[in-house]
Design a binder for this molecule. Structure first.
Ligand code: ASP
Length: 360
């Protein structure tokens, strides 16, 4: 086991002074070799996303260059992934719930106005992030759920569509036909080495994931926007909403500090207010990677049920956290072993490897 919580801190006063003076250069952040921290950050446009987000960061930066605000840019960026039937973790083609129905979650937050919008368990709408953006812009509310969210989308001209692809339906059917005691209805509390639902799906040779796209963006004016969108936990109990539509859990923006987002076990991210915590750590002077690692550690320390812990007492589930600071520094950390994430720093879109809390 190797924790990576030893990275040096940015001096808080230096960070605040640099922000106040709108000077993009910050003190060089030293980090362990495994941590991904961009030092000498040069401001926006920049976008950071999950491993499946290469088209999203590319689009987001292109749009910001053309004058779009970051919030609009991230929503348009993730739309490419939402509409892709081959990404089974988001939008069209996403794996359905226990009843074979695709229910989607999404949230979006705009830095300059500090306004958020979100939808949870919405059905038949391919681009929930766009509906979340409508909630942000066209209502005085933050979160619409279920049928209300769908009716709201229809009222704004979205089309109702069948989002269940054949591939996702067949995977669900096989799942359904092989239901076993290791489902969400817990009747025991013992240490488990690996998420039992994941293990079962591997045995059946069907896809199973927590899986999602998060995208945070910073424009050349120093404004931030963020969006997270997902089909959520595969084969979930109908009506289950994860962290993605919950402001402060699946994503959070504080325009004067930075933006953060999360993918992975939504329950752990909701119970930690994970994205909110990341931004607060950055406000207190932590670099983005360090902020993500601190929250992962916090989650690990507050995971108490044996079914969520392996025999070493470590979380047996995955969570990946993303952070983008107002000066353009960014970072990503995952619970175990490192994960791919994507970034476009204004020069090119690429994949990078995240820091991690525990070795594989
Ligand atoms: N966080 C999402 C959820 O819990 C899923 C994921 O990101 O893997 O619904």
């Amino acid at each position: 086991m190797g924790t990576l919580l030893t990275m040096s801190k940015i001096n808080r006063r230096a960070f605040l002074a640099a922000s106040a003076a709108a000077v993009p250069m910050l003190p060089v952040i030293t980090s362990s070799a495994k941590a991904t921290v961009k030092s000498n950050a040069k401001g926006g446009p920049i976008a950071i996303s999950s491993g499946n987000g290469l088209p999203a960061v590319t689009k987001a930066v292109e749009l910001m260059r053309a004058g779009s605000q970051p919030t609009e840019a991230v929503v348009q960026g993730v739309a490419i992934v939402e509409s892709n039937p081959n990404d089974m973790s988001v939008g069209y083609g996403g794996l359905p719930n226990e009843n074979g129905i695709v229910q989607l979650d999404s949230s979006v937050m705009d830095g300059p106005t500090h306004k958020a919008g979100a939808v949870a368990a919405i059905e038949n709408i391919m681009n929930p992030a766009q509906v979340a953006l409508k909630v942000l812009r066209r209502t005085d509310h933050v979160l619409l759920v279920g049928d209300g969210a769908k009716q709201f989308a229809l009222a704004h001209g979205f089309k109702a569509e069948d989002l269940l692809t054949d591939k996702a339906r067949k995977a669900w059917l096989k799942w359904k036909e092989n239901l076993n005691p290791n489902d969400d209805w817990l009747d025991h509390d013992q240490h488990i080495e690996k998420d039992p639902r994941q293990a079962r799906a591997e045995q059946l040779g069907i896809p199973y994931h927590y899986g999602t796209i998060h995208c945070s963006a910073l424009d050349a004016n120093g404004d931030l926007g963020a969006c997270t969108t997902t089909s959520g936990l595969s084969y979930k109990i109908p009506g289950r909403a994860g962290d993605s539509p919950i402001i402060g859990a699946g994503m959070y923006v504080q325009n004067e500090v930075g933006s953060a987002g999360a993918t992975g076990r939504g329950e752990s991210l909701m119970q930690s207010c994970g994205s909110f915590q990341i931004v607060q750590h950055m406000a207190n002077g932590d670099d983005p990677t360090q902020a993500c690692l601190k929250v992962l550690k916090w989650i690990a320390d507050h995971t108490k049920r044996k079914v969520l812990l392996n025999s070493k007492g470590q979380p047996n589930f995955g969570a990946t956290l993303y952070a983008l600071r107002k000066d353009g520094a960014y970072g990503c950390a995952t619970m175990r072993g490192g994960a791919a994430f994507t970034v476009h720093d204004g020069t090119k879109a690429r994949r990078e490897r995240s820091a991690f809390l525990y070795e594989k």
